[in-house]
Design a protein around this ligand. Structure first.
Ligand code: UD1
Length: 380
């Protein structure tokens, strides 16, 4: 029996972990899992609502590490997780995504010589001012098994000297959740609750520190949103960080921008999938909109998900109001619907491939494949 510790911490982790747990439970004769929640996100709207919507089991271990600076948060997760790992002695620690909890737990496991598998490995924005980029780079360096969503991720890892035998392309596990939940999301009443008609509004999310922690950036984005809102309502479920920054800076949303509290998975899926366009600085939403064919404007200068631009529906529009409004007007003027363009292996079966890869490598020694990296370094 292969024993796995699955780690989640923050909102974008939950939709990635849900199908992995379902698959592990279905293959219960071969694999057993313990779910650890670090408590990085703790509000019901940011955590509990997702567990309920996604039908996830209650965490077996809850670390309650909430809040703090990056160093405080990372250190608290490390301290709390070390004891759990020593007590549990799993064959694998599975971490997902790029949040502080991801890196903290990968670092602890790696030092204790417990195998680490990183789901969503290899994504790079090449922008080290993003805390997530640091988390991605270091988690990938430490992980024994790098489970990637797309060919660009494989290329990034190979360029960094990671041995090919540590990399398995499994596809996009968040899209497993999207396909599984889309039928259930249809019965959400969120459009009626907000008096919205399908394709007659834009959806917005905004929470990156580079956008919301700087009053000028926030004002520039709101200038653009004000212009878009003259054509259609912009619905903005606002992250707690963004709400508190808006209060702190005294930045009011322009008329026509409807600020609401964060939504659970199903309500939010119903909202953005019926929008004319989605504006966002999130990583996951760039992928989800690609999979369903919803035009997406990303309010950033770079993306770690280039496949959503090359093969999907995403455009990078940065923070320049003219550029944002120009792109939005072009979408509004274009009456056609956009075809869904899920890249290869974004097929709803990534969790199956992840569990198969974990089982196949459960007897490999920890830090397997690192000799390949030494060779690669010498060649360079
Ligand atoms: C984190 C992730 C980011 C992810 C985002 C999704 C890191 C470095 N960042 O950013 O990659 O896209 O989650 O939401 O891990 N807060 C609450 N209640 C909560 C959670 C947060 O009020 O349940 C507030 C707290 O004031 C907290 C602040 O939001 O200090 C920021 O939370 P934190 O987890 O540090 O980062 P996020 O901005 O949420």
């Amino acid at each position: 029996m292969v024993k796995v510790l699955n780690v989640v911490g923050a909102r974008p982790n939950f939709m990635k972990m849900a199908p992995i747990i379902t698959e592990m439970v279905a293959r219960g004769g071969e694999i057993t899992q313990t779910l650890v929640h670090t408590g990085q996100h703790y509000d019901d709207a940011m955590s509990g609502a997702f567990f309920r919507d996604l039908g996830m089991p209650e965490p077996d271990v809850y670390l309650n590490t909430r809040g703090g600076t990056h160093a405080e948060q990372t250190a608290r997760v490390m301290l709390a997780f070390e004891g759990v790992l020593v007590a549990e002695q799993p064959d694998w620690v599975v971490v997902v995504g790029d949040v502080n909890s991801t890196l903290a737990c990968a670092l602890v496991a790696s030092k204790l010589c417990v195998r680490v598998a990183h789901v969503e490995a290899g994504l790079r924005s090449f922008d080290r001012t993003m805390p997530e980029e640091i988390n991605r780079l270091l988690t990938d360096q430490l992980s024994d098994l790098l489970l990637t969503p797309s060919p660009d991720a494989d290329e990034n890892l190979l360029r960094e000297g990671i041995a090919p035998k540590r990399i398995v392309r499994v596809g996009n596990v968040m899209i497993d959740t999207l396909y599984r939940q889309i039928e259930r999301a249809r019965s959400s009443s969120i459009l009626d609750d907000l008096s919205l008609n399908p394709r007659d509004f834009a959806a917005l999310t905004l929470h990156r520190p580079s956008n919301v922690d700087n009053p000028d950036s926030l004002r520039r984005i709101f200038t653009a949103l004000g212009a878009i809102a003259r054509s259609m309502t912009v619905v903005f479920p606002a992250h707690p960080r963004t709400q508190s920054r808006m209060r702190e800076f005294g930045v009011e949303p322009p008329p026509g921008v409807k600020v609401i509290d964060p939504l659970g998975y199903l309500d939010f899926l119903k909202l953005w999938s019926n929008s004319k366009m989605t504006l966002t600085d999130s990583g996951g939403l760039q992928e989800e909109t690609t999979a369903l064919g919803v035009p997406c404007l990303t309010l950033r200068e770079n993306t770690e998900r280039p496949i959503t631009i090359e093969q999907g529906t995403n455009q990078l529009v940065g923070l320049d109001p003219e550029r944002i409004v120009g792109a939005a007007e072009a979408i509004i003027a274009d009456g056609r619907s956009t075809p869904a363009r899920a890249p290869e292996l974004w097929d709803g079966r990534a969790a199956e491939r992840i569990v198969t890869a974990l089982l196949a490598r459960a007897n490999y020694p920890p830090h397997y494949g690192l000799e390949g990296e030494r060779a690669a370094t010498v060649e360079i």
